[in-house]
Design a protein around this ligand. Sequence first.
Ligand SMILES: [Zn+2]
Ligand SMILES: [Zn+2]
Length: 234
Amino acid sequence: MSEYLYECHLHTAVASKCGRITPEEVVRLYTAMGYAGVFITDHFLNGNSAIDKSLPWKEKIDLYADSYRQVKKAAEGSGLDVFFGVEYHTGNAAEFLLYGITPEWLYEHEEIMDMSPRKVLEFFRENGILVYQAHPMRMRGYVPFISLFPDCVDGIEVYNVGNEPIANDFAQDYARRYNLQTICGSDLHRITQGTAAAFVSPIRLTEPKDIKKALDMGGTGMRIMQNPFVEKTE
Ligand SMILES: [Zn+2]
Ligand SMILES: [Zn+2]
């Protein structure tokens, strides 16, 4: 069976305040590791965003999508597929990875900034957008409490490179109990991150929503990758 590696959780310096990796570095790193593609999932405007909140909506979305557009341009001719995604913050440090959402859709839906967590997750899914909770069981100083919405998601991220092992174990257990589909992510912010977690797909994705197709096929998994530019794991 064929295998294709994907990054499902990635931040760049263009749109994420905490991101340190440039679009060119994204392409260099992931092609070196043999990936088929990456999803650019910057912190959205209600999260750790690098975008000036006082700007008009359209401009903010343009600046947000610029991260994806720059990586896509840098990847031209490299064979690396670049997909648009979002990491949406519903409040209290609960974050959700969205696939199948587009900048064009975002231009028309400024109201997503004023919806309650449950309402906005339902709204995304009503609009055909796939919703996966990022690091659902993360326990950190900045997380006041854990918020779970098992009936409002397509699945969850059960392995996040930045998580403590117990938080990933809890996420696995949560997915099992609620029969949720599982993805993984590096939550990569810098080219010096020592390890990455690749989502292994049995099919080459042609559009973001194919991630669900890959999950429905059941033949998916995870592979821990070593960053070839870093000698020692962090
Ligand atoms: Zn971040
Ligand atoms: Zn993230």
